[in-house]
Ligand binder design. Structure first.
Ligand code: ASP
Ligand code: MG
Length: 434
């Protein structure tokens, strides 16, 4: 059994020069440097760069002049790290050319946008590989989109993927530093795997390479019992099962990519969420069966700040049309309700939802809500206790989704979202679990 890990570093773990250096030290310290035991590293774009590139592409396409932030940001990183200031010139030049081609063209299409976004990961891979070499570790940046990673095949990659990955990564000198997030569609065009897509890249590589572990290096201690930004009393969840973690991701907890667990689970590879600032700590272990004593076993989740309720007239065909459009726009419906002849679809608020409603016949924006959930064992009994907590906290629940599954979810007023997740955490997770 191979024992090397696939080590993935998220954008926050690579936010500036000091962070990149710390991440590289983690790789250098923990990793045997020689094949076949050497690790593979997967990187996200530096924190905020993906969003910056997206804004830049939209602004330029709308006729605004091209900004300088992306170049300045990367040059600052190079200078903070004492790396060759010309390391990224080819990429920055190409990016400028691509943006110039979008100028004044109006709302960029998905593939044009993805191409612009790809520069984030392509440049961070170059920076991390160069920083590793500075630290005396042989490393080579690798672009993952030509490895045959495709979003259509992401849940089950094409048969040729394993051998393409093995030969491509086997051929590079030193530790491969692979771009996360980037893939290729069926027609061979570059595309992307969605927010936190690098988690999925790491899991697919681990499956293809028969790695011993997927390590997701972040700037949080691990999976927490609630978002610590919303609930200061949140605690580390030391271990959880794949199915609980998948449910958590599906309820909108931003800590994991919703599809990233499937390949790891299929391959029998465990996933660890680790803190790059405290690399000696064990973080959260996600595997088939959770460890006894890995309490708390439940997590309170507040999903995106707001969900838009879309009301759909015209029944199944209208709904099918809407779903197809949402898939094209990469919007994931969180809940769908059919009742009294009407259909309501709840999607995370954000750019694109307004346009979606405008362009789809029979679809209108009804209102905004927020969803909060408790993910854990206990089924509807846990759900009923959660409902009671919300009631005691004076929080009105518009709808409750209780069931025998591992998630009990509630729709509340967006203004009550933080109070609701706090009440669930305090009532169900801060008290000792029965
Ligand atoms: N850079 C992409 C994002 O910000 C992918 C990732 O970080 O995994 O979502
Ligand atoms: Mg990210």
């Amino acid at each position: 059994m191979a024992s090397f890990p696939v080590m993935k570093f998220g954008g926050a773990a690579l936010a500036d020069g000091a962070a990149v250096r710390r991440a590289c030290a983690v790789v250098a310290e923990r990793a045997p440097k020689r094949a076949p035991k050497r690790p593979a590293v997967v990187v996200s774009a530096h924190a905020g760069v993906t969003a910056l590139l997206e804004r830049e592409a939209r602004a330029v396409a709308a006729g605004k002049p091209r900004g300088d932030e992306v170049r300045v940001r990367h040059h600052t990183l190079l200078s903070q790290l004492g790396l060759d200031p010309e390391l990224l010139d080819r990429h920055l030049w190409e990016l400028a050319t691509v943006l110039d081609e979008l100028r004044g063209r109006g709302e960029p299409g998905r593939s044009a946008l993805d191409f612009v976004l790809s520069f984030g990961e392509r440049m961070s891979a170059r920076i991390v590989a160069a920083c590793l070499r500075e630290q005396g570790v042989a490393a080579t940046a690798v672009d993952a989109f030509d490895l045959g990673l495709s979003p259509e095949g992401a849940l089950r990659p094409l048969p040729a993927f394993d051998s393409a990955v093995r030969s491509a990564l086997g051929a590079v000198g030193g530790i491969p530093v692979v771009t996360g997030f980037l893939a290729q569609d069926g027609a061979g065009n570059l595309t992307t795997l969605g927010p936190n897509g690098s988690d999925l890249t790491a899991a697919l590589l681990a499956e293809a390479l028969d790695a011993g572990e997927v390590q997701l290096w972040k700037t949080v201690p691990g999976v927490m019992s609630a978002d610590p930004g919303l609930v200061p009393a949140a605690r580390l969840v030391e271990s959880m099962s794949f199915s609980l973690a998948a449910e958590l991701a599906g309820q909108g907890a931003s800590v994991l990519h919703p599809n990233a667990l499937a390949p790891a689970r299929r391959a029998g590879v465990c996933v660890r969420v680790l803190d790059v600032n405290r690399p000696e700590r064990a973080g959260t272990l996600i595997e088939e069966h959770e460890q006894a004593g890995g309490a708390p076993r439940a997590v309170a989740v507040a999903s995106e700040p707001a969900l838009v309720a879309l009301s759909v007239r015209g029944g199944g065909p209208a709904l099918a049309g809407l779903f197809a459009r949402m898939a094209g726009a990469r919007l994931t419906p969180r809940f769908t309700l059919a009742e009294g002849g009407g259909l309501t679809v709840f999607v995370p608020a954000g750019e694109g939802v307004d346009a979606l409603a405008r362009e789809s016949t029979g679809v209108s924006i009804a209102r905004e809500v927020a969803s909060v959930a408790v993910v854990g064992h206990g089924g509807a009994v846990l759900g009923a206790r959660a409902l009671e907590q919300l009631h005691e906290a004076g929080i009105g629940v518009e709808r409750a989704f209780l069931g025998s599954g591992r998630a009990q979810a509630f729709l509340v007023d967006p203004d009550h979202r933080v109070a609701a997740v706090g009440a669930l955490h305090e009532g169900l997770l801060e008290a000792p679990l029965a």
